[in-house]
Design a protein around this ligand. Structure first.
Ligand code: ZN
Length: 297
């Protein structure tokens, strides 16, 4: 049976391997102004695992509902586990990881956890084509101050649609301590492997030469390379990840307009062109929501 992949918006996917269902992130219910993904998290009836890339609400929120309704086990950072405990998810359904673990999910499927980096949300970012420069060597406290200023601006904004966004954010606010650590996961199946990253950042030495069959790569914001913002465009960032990983296929994520008016969709065109130019043998799969795409086998 082929391994099937459903995209559920942002970086959330459902991977179906034989009779096993693995969620990658869990954020499915979103603001009314965002395009619907065709599924509500309350309607998820089958799941064995939820792998969580990091603890921000647009990745983690919903994992508690899936765990409660299906008995699925959540695998994520110690921060993710802390937040899920506050949501009263049973301790027997929580597994904290910090990178370096290989976890057996079934007799034939396992997952490896790699330490990763979050995108530079404190820095400026352009379109996928436009190169961004500067912001190197910014100290941690300065980054945090910039994030706080942005949060204050959002809270006082009177832009059309912002009231809905603020209502949504308060509904899904689990109060994470920053992103709680970011991870990449390598899922290994008899039909091949899938490397999934839910935010645009990485450690170069860790990503190099993993060589998955499929790379699911986030394409949003200012890319983070070894702790510093990329001096270049988002398209160049994705291309750089492909160069390091050497996947056979690439699937993008986090590029949809998931929270208007705060977000806007990433233009995939420059990314496609950059990959065609530098990695002509790598195929880019552009996926719609809930397509049940046969990704392996
Ligand atoms: Zn995030």
């Amino acid at each position: 049976m082929p391994v099937k992949l459903d995209w559920l918006g942002v970086s959330t996917f459902r991977v179906i391997v034989d009779d096993m269902v693995i969620f990658l992130d869990a954020y499915i219910n979103r603001v009314p102004s965002a395009p619907s993904v065709g599924l509500k998290v309350e309607d998820v009836r089958a799941a064995d695992y939820v792998l969580v890339g990091h603890s921000h609400f647009d990745h983690l929120w919903g994992a508690e509902t899936i765990a409660r309704n299906t008995g699925a086990k959540i695998i994520g950072s110690h921060e993710t586990v802390r937040l899920m405990e506050l949501e009263e998810v049973s301790g027997s359904q929580l597994m904290a990881v910090s990178g370096g673990e290989t976890i057996k999910l079934s007799d034939s499927v396992s997952v490896k956890v790699y330490p990763s980096q979050h995108s530079c949300i404190w820095s400026s970012s352009g379109s996928s084509k436009e190169a961004c420069f500067g912001d190197q060597g910014v100290m941690h406290h300065e980054r945090q101050m910039r994030l706080q200023e942005r949060a204050n601006q959002r809270a006082s904004s009177t832009d059309h649609g912002m009231a809905d966004v603020m209502r949504h954010r308060s509904a899904c606010m689990q109060f994470p301590r920053a992103e709680g650590g970011a991870y990449a996961y390598l899922i290994e199946t008899p039909d091949g492997s899938i490397l999934w990253k839910d935010t645009s950042g990485h450690w170069t030495g860790i990503l190099r030469d993993i060589r998955p069959d499929v790379g699911i790569l986030a394409a949003s914001g200012r890319g983070n390379i070894d702790g510093e913002p990329i001096q270049g465009s988002l398209a160049q960032f994705v291309s750089r990840e492909v160069e390091l990983l050497k996947p056979g296929k690439v699937v993008l994520c986090h590029h949809d307009d998931w929270c208007p008016p705060v977000t806007s969709p990433t233009d995939v065109g420059p990314i496609r062109q950059e990959l065609e130019r530098h990695h002509p043998r790598v195929s880019l799969t552009e996926m719609g929501y809930l397509e049940g795409y046969p990704i392996l086998g």
